[in-house]
Design a protein around this ligand. Structure first.
Ligand SMILES: [Mg+2]
Length: 176
């Protein structure tokens, strides 16, 4: 079966420093590397999908975001490529954007491109936009408690429609 994890970055795999532009500031959330390793070993494709509105707001550059991602991949220490693909949505809220979450566009494109089975795919994130993108794409949403805001603030989580895990590693441990 073709299956995949779509992963948020800030607050899910690394600590959310808000508009992080300095690779030296990258800190992995404990268990992230082990979780990704486990998912990979189970045959999941891994896609990183990150909103980086700091670029659209003029606070840092796309190159900064690439450097931060490269540092994260270095710290993860997984076989290259760690991710099948990385999608950065650089726009600020309100700017026209194809991929900025909660847009499902990236997820839908990858489902088509890799003939993924939607019912076997997950989007994991800490924010309403992550949950929104998952649900709009018709895949399972998973919330984690490693972000800045309690997931219960997300209506779908509060309603019990989306499962919550302490962190990505705890979710990955449940994958079979
Ligand atoms: Mg996040």
């Amino acid at each position: 079966m073709n299956r995949a994890l779509f992963l948020d970055r800030d607050g899910t795999l690394i600590i959310d420093k808000v508009y992080l532009s300095d690779p030296a500031g990258v800190e992995l959330i404990p268990g992230a590397a082990e979780g990704l390793k486990r998912a990979r070993s189970l045959g999941f494709r891994l896609f990183l999908l990150t909103n980086q509105s700091g670029i659209g707001r003029g606070l840092h550059t796309l190159e900064d975001a690439h450097r931060v991602n490269a540092r994260m991949v270095e710290l993860l220490g997984l076989p290259e490529p760690a991710f099948d693909e990385i999608c950065i949505a650089p726009e600020a809220p309100g700017q026209p954007s194809r991929y900025r979450k909660p847009s499902p566009a990236f997820i839908l494109e990858k489902i088509k491109e890799h003939a993924l089975e939607p019912s076997a795919c997950f989007m994991v994130g800490d924010a309403p936009a992550d949950i929104g993108a998952a649900l709009a794409a018709g895949i399972a949403a998973v919330a984690v408690r490693t972000g800045k805001v309690p997931p219960e603030k997300i209506p779908e989580v509060a309603a019990g429609k989306v499962p919550v895990f302490d962190d990505f590693g705890a979710f990955a441990a449940t994958l079979q």
